[in-house]
Design a protein around this ligand. Sequence first.
Ligand SMILES: [Zn+2]
Length: 668
Amino acid sequence: MPLRFLIRVLLGFAVAAGTAFGADATVDIDMTLRLDPAKRTIEGEARLRLPDGKARRLLLAKSARLISLAIDGQSTRRRHRVRGALRSWSLPSEASTLDLIWSMALTPTPTHLDHRETLGRDEATAAELGSFLPAAAHWYPGLQVDGEPALQRWRVTIETPPGQRAIVPGRLVEVRNSETTWTATYRMDVPAEGIDLMAGPYRLSERRMTSIDGRALSLRTLFHPEIEALAGDYLDALAGYFELYEKWIGPYPFDDFTIVSSPTPTGLGMPSLTYLGIEVLKLPFIRHTSLGHEVLHNWWGNGVYPDYTGGNWSEGLTTFMADYHYAEGASADKARAMRLGWLRDLSAIPPGKGLALARFTSRRHGVDAAVGYGKAAMLFYMLRERIGRAAFDDAVRRFWRSHRFKVAGWSALREAFEAASGDQLGEFFAQWVEREGLPRLTLVAAEGGGAELLQDEPVYRLRVPLHVRGGTTRQVLLEPLEAPRHHVERPADSGELLLDPDFQVMRRLAPGEVPPTVRDINLAGPTQLVVLGGDAMDGAAGELARRLLDSEPTTVDGDSPSPDRPLLVVGTPDTVDAWLSRYGLEPRPAQVGRRGELQAWAGRHGATQPLVVISATSPNAAQAAARSLPHLGRFGWIVIEQERSSERGHWPSTPQSIGLRGSEKGAD
Ligand SMILES: [Zn+2]
């Protein structure tokens, strides 16, 4: 029979408790937990060592059963207050320790959620296939000081039935196995935001590496058995990211990093771990993109905490130094396409509906994501273009050294970039962080062969690249634009002048600069539906429209669609071609021809309204495409063959340009 045995997994270097955190209120939590995923229960005993503070309250979920509470060793039946799903107790000013015993019944783990539904859920759930107890569910006792949640350090021992393993953020210090239980202890020695607990039927894989400052780092995967074979590739990728970011920024602030698989399609980053859905982990590109992004959050977000009252900079800096860095490493075209994608999403936000970066807190809906990720990442791109790569990297290292495990806002970032570059960046940060909306630039021909660069008021201070192309001439002018109008002398006798064709300036793109995509049809209000090809097509077209559109369309007659509203046209190939010519639109593009059973493409009608045309050989083909087409919305054109997309692509963007003989051309 196997004897009870003990493995000391790691006795690594502990980050000195409380370093650099200054006066921020931090509670020390020492807990022992017993989780039974099959019975969906958790029981716990905790001791909290309290920080000073005027108004301190103990917090615990209303659904938890409090078995005992003692303040400084004295058992108490203090009265509590209930708000929503939360119970709280005010604490006497002299109290320094709390001891609690509690238990809680957990909700079954949901098995039919999509990614959007898993974001923002704060329920503690359990099942043998996977349990997730987010800190926001208040499944364990926490503390509020002066109305704000206190940061926490912890030592957590978790016991589960054999076959299950559990993890919380922090350093794994001990694992014990017996016939009846599996037990692990984790420590978080620096202040962190809260304890998320994950458990499942995990298989462990592990790799050791040495950090840049000589510590032993443990990289691990806790994967469900069905994806255990992927562990080696993920550990290779992890090692690469740690090498990259330690060199670029500074030492990894923790001692462990674990990728934990989830039965739900989730994607979360926490200090020292990331929690990703099994189906997500199976996608081959995840280890080249999202994984690096989550690793980098240990520096930005979980290593330096954003000051949410002044705007969350951590998603933008992480997107720039992860997603964008990888695109740049792949090719200049990929990097350009990513910048275009950010500007395209920002340009889709109607004027006046935008959000200043100073008001971005977290990912909620489309506008927030476009601003918090795209606008902030574009800010860092322009900043690096302005001060140069060496100063940028120096600033990032300074910022990390002086704000590790502290709360820092945009102003702390500005100071680091100013110190590293010697530039005054107050105006740069103010216009991109505080202002909502974007500059709108227009290039027009001027008398005498030069050009005028125009911007709407109130103006931004910009440096705008103008490309000169033609014959053998290829040069880039960097024009300072600080007024509504700026004159550009004719730089060559012939050729073309193009406005920022590589998307290097944060701005609202003109309609011609944004290549149309199928999903644009959802951005401009209610859609008109035109069905061609007889009654048989009606049902299939309706089904297709419901899947493709965010809101119910209005069916209109093919002869009289309004030029001021988005338009979806569904029909058979012959009826579609006849309609396009009757309505005076471009014929079907050569990219799709009549290939496959269905062709879909995006364009524009009226002056600027989105148009999507779907040409299907039969109602059945249209019906079948209703499943795949909604997932392909980022493309400009798509061919569906045997219910799957066989070909797809993007339309090119057309930059604003003028001819250099003085005649205007192609500007819109
Ligand atoms: Zn992120």
